[in-house]
Design a protein around this ligand. Structure first.
Ligand SMILES: [Zn+2]
Length: 430
């Protein structure tokens, strides 16, 4: 008894009002007299009894269905749920395994995954979640929107409208089970987007406009920055960039480890919309605020070098691909530090070139073409080196975590379409 995970019935009950339920029961009883051998009617009856709270009768009617059709996975599944809720895990397992052997059903695999997790059999659980993910229908892109050229190589994916933000519980459980498991053997080889849950779809390359400009202006670090995958940049369903998928993964992992239990608030600079929607759906913050100097639809039109917030205002921040646009990045980082609560932290990210010892910057009055060529975009003012970026964050008081492929694992990086050099920087204020 008292298990943490909830198993799902095969078909959710639709009726809620007692009067509707009792008239439906009368209708079913009448049908049972007319068609005594119809398994669907028994199944319906069992469902109605459960809705009416007559749980003892439910098992009797479900077993009645099995006498007519011994291979009905729905019945096996629902019997398993009954046993599970009574704490009879062995019987629940037996019925779920029968259900899984008669049909490849998402709910069944998911339930089996949860039960096996409850029993501490993580490897088998992961295999079931993997099957559930594979069975899930892939979400489709909205055909009515033409994928437009992204206006900003770092900050926006192609403007594909979000079509599906449904939660994918199996995917979330896959992620939360990750630590104790031999992931390479276990993960489905399908791609998946942690922002919208779409699976099995190819990520789209970086926009042509950007690639053309980078080539044309001779950007030396094309494909040689830590993040920003040229090949697998944007999710075709929600438009999220590779780095947004990495941030969403981190939020999922932190949430499943209970690190947002106290909720708190979030300030999101230059908010990436797909990520913003994802975080809202996770409900891990009591308050989410957005800020930017030029974007529409933000809560605060604010200059990051002079933030209109008192010290120690925020538990969490996201400042991604902002600093490379700001002349006085020292002031920006010191403002971030000031408004973060002690014990708070944030995602602090910029494009970082692989190779140069020092940040490339300092030339003023460059035209757009020169900026493309030197910094990778026409409105950037610098291109950071790893060492200088880290030194700067530390100088302003942050402790910096660098979470890369060793932390998240190769299999996850592959599924999310991330370059293996991708690093997530988490700035903590101790
Ligand atoms: Zn997506």
């Amino acid at each position: 008894m008292g298990s943490k995970r909830r198993l799902n019935q095969s078909e959710p009950a639709r009726l809620k009002k007692p009067a509707q339920i009792s008239s439906a029961i009368n209708e079913v009883l009448r049908m049972l007299k007319e068609e005594p051998g119809n398994p669907e009617v028994y199944y319906k009856y069992a469902q109605l009894l459960r809705t009416a709270g007559e749980s003892e009768e439910v098992a009797v009617q479900l077993k009645e269905v099995l006498t007519i059709d011994p291979y009905d996975y729905r019945v096996e599944n629902d019997l398993a749920v009954l046993y599970y809720n009574e704490g009879k895990f062995d019987q629940a397992l037996e019925h779920l395994q029968k259900a899984a052997s008669s049909d490849n059903n998402v709910v069944v695999h998911q339930n089996l995954g949860r039960l096996l997790t409850e029993l501490g059999r993580y490897d088998e659980a992961m295999a079931e979640f993997e099957k559930a993910v594979t069975q899930m229908p892939a979400s489709r892109p909205d055909k009515s929107t033409e994928p437009a050229e992204p206006s900003d190589v770092w900050n926006e994916g192609p403007s594909v409208k979000p079509t599906s933000y449904r939660k994918s519980p199996a995917i979330i459980e896959l992620i939360s089970l990750r630590p104790g498991l031999r992931e390479n053997e276990i993960y489905a080889r399908q791609s998946f987007c942690t922002v919208c849950g779409a699976t099995g779809r190819r990520f789209l390359p970086l926009g042509k406009h950007n690639i053309d400009n980078l080539y044309h202006h001779g950007f030396k670090y094309l494909g040689r920055c830590e993040m920003t995958s040229i090949e697998e940049y944007a999710c075709p369903s929600c438009g999220a960039s590779d780095r947004q998928r990495l941030y969403a993964l981190w939020f999922e992992l932190e949430a499943s480890a209970g690190r947002f239990r106290n909720r708190g608030n979030l300030i999101h600079f230059a908010p990436e919309r797909p990520l913003e929607r994802k975080l809202a759906s996770m409900k891990i913050f009591d308050m989410m605020l957005t800020a930017d100097l030029s974007m529409k639809d933000v809560d605060f039109h604010a200059d990051i070098t002079r933030l209109p917030f008192p010290a120690e205002s925020f538990d969490t921040f996201i400042c991604s691909h902002v600093l490379e646009h700001v002349e006085d990045d020292d002031m920006a980082i010191s403002e971030l530090y000031r408004v973060t609560k002690r014990g708070g932290r944030g995602i602090l990210m910029t494009p970082i070139a692989i190779g140069p010892k020092h940040t490339i910057e300092g030339k003023r009055g460059l035209d757009a073409g020169k900026r493309w060529g030197l910094y990778g975009q026409d409105d950037h003012v610098r291109l950071y080196s790893h060492d200088d970026f880290v030194a700067k964050a530390l100088y302003h008081g942050f402790h910096l975590l660098e979470l890369g492929i060793d932390y998240f694992g190769e299999a996850l990086f592959e599924r999310l379409g991330l370059l293996e050099t991708s690093v997530l920087y988490i700035a903590e204020k101790w």
